[in-house]
Design a protein around this ligand. Structure first.
Ligand SMILES: *Cc1c(COP(=O)(O)O)cnc(C)c1O
Length: 398
């Protein structure tokens, strides 16, 4: 093919294996394509109320939910500006790119950031969290921020252990949990785990387009909100409570709610939330079985070295030393129309990520894994061939 010729347009479906945004089920896409309605119309309010109730069931909370037109970053910001004042300290449990980004946001908002450093391949040491809380005898830490599922490294951080650390220290700080890439994929229990603000987004486990996010908010957090002094307007929970829908300043993005109604129906009625978790776990184990198999012959390996914390929604794969993950991703994308996630922050070029959350089944996972193996062969990446057989064995035994 000469340089002036354009590459042929690939046929067939793109296999989309990014860890967010994720595949949108056809029925959700169709539901989103709803004609405009007045958001104060009683027919819409019925849909809206049902969606908020459903979101609460998925968050496992009976407390308050506020929603925002904006991606997950908007809900991150809402959780900080509604609960804190300039000069307050937050304790960030480092887990990877997303924990760092949330911390940077806090810093830009005038919040002091204290971090519990962590080996990203093993995850934060809870003893270090307990020590940081115990050392804070002046109680300057107002909130602890944890990313439940660190999408950049493929690691799940056990939120109940963070709660236990706070309780053991008798520390009154609020517990903020980012559940953007875990909600609707991994078990998350806002009320039982004593989470004060749970941050979620539309485009990952909830299988919706990008652009809506929300926070579950505890009664304790609503109380703390009353004395928070950081500037806010669009995100202001008090302003929201005065609106008819008790959320959203301005126009409500109605199409999201028709989509959310359908995705909640798929999650809760067609499949069942616990079955959704079981499916994610089953598919995740197959992905890890393939990667562990490939790792022989100096092949790529699981980035996460802590089996108790493997993420069931995303797997980060560390390339062999000296090989570029993005070159492999380009082969997968350009030649085989498989889209994989790239490495984020300092992991750029070093890892690629296989998203296995949302609207996925065994054939899709096997197709993705087979194509990764194909791309490795084409790109000359060393590995032990036969990862697919390992994945099949894992799925057959599941
Ligand atoms: C995707 C993601 C975010 C960022 O959300 P956006 O919707 O991209 O703004 C934050 N935290 C985690 C854990 C994520 O996976």
């Amino acid at each position: 093919m000469s340089a002036t010729q354009t590459a042929p347009k690939p046929r067939g479906r793109q296999f989309f294996a990014n860890p967010g945004p994720t595949n949108i089920p056809d029925s959700v896409l169709l539901a989103c394509a709803h004609q405009t309605v007045d958001f104060n119309d009683s027919n819409f309010i019925e849909v809206y109320d049902a969606c908020v109730a459903g979101l609460k069931r998925v968050l496992k909370t009976e407390q308050t939910v506020f929603l925002y037109t904006g991606s997950g970053h908007a809900a991150w910001e809402a959780s900080l500006v509604n609960l804190l004042s300039t000069g307050d300290t937050v304790l960030i449990l480092e887990s990877g790119h997303f924990s760092i980004s949330w911390g940077k946001m806090a810093q830009d908002l005038g919040i002091e950031v204290q971090s519990v450093a962590a080996d990203w391949r093993r995850g934060v040491d809870m003893a270090a969290v307990r020590a940081a809380l115990a050392a804070d005898t002046a109680r300057t830490i107002k909130a602890v921020c944890v990313v439940h599922n660190e999408t950049a490294t493929g690691m799940m951080i056990p939120v109940p252990e963070v709660r236990a650390a706070l309780d053991a220290a008798g520390h009154p700080a609020l517990l903020l949990a980012d559940t953007i890439s875990s909600l609707g994929s991994l078990d998350f229990r806002m009320d039982e785990w004593g989470v004060d603000a749970a941050v979620g987004g539309s485009q990952k486990g909830l299988m919706l387009p990008t652009g809506m996010s929300f926070t579950g908010v505890s009664a304790k957090a609503l109380e703390a909100h009353k004395s928070s002094k950081l500037p806010k307007h669009y995100f202001h929970w008090t302003n929201m409570l005065q609106r008819p829908l008790k959320s959203f300043l301005g126009t409500v993005p109605v199409s999201f709610f028709y989509g959310l109604q359908e995705s909640l129906r798929l999650i809760e009625q067609e499949e069942g939330l616990e079955n959704v978790f079981a499916r994610h776990s089953r598919l995740a184990r197959a992905v890890r079985a393939a990667v562990q198999h490939w790792s022989g012959n100096n092949g790529p390996q699981l980035f996460c070295l802590n089996p108790g914390r493997y993420s069931d929604s995303v797997t980060a794969v560390l390339m062999p030393e000296g090989l570029n993950a993005d070159a492999l991703r380009q082969v997968a994308l350009k030649r085989f129309n498989l889209s994989l996630g790239g490495g984020l922050g300092p992991l750029g070029g070093k890892v690629f990520r296989i998203g296995h959350l949302g609207d996925l089944n065994e054939p899709m996972i096997l197709g993705t894994l087979a194509t990764v193996e194909l791309a490795m062969q084409v790109a000359g990446v060393p590995h032990t061939p036969g990862g697919i057989a390992a994945a099949i064995a894992s799925l057959a035994a599941a």
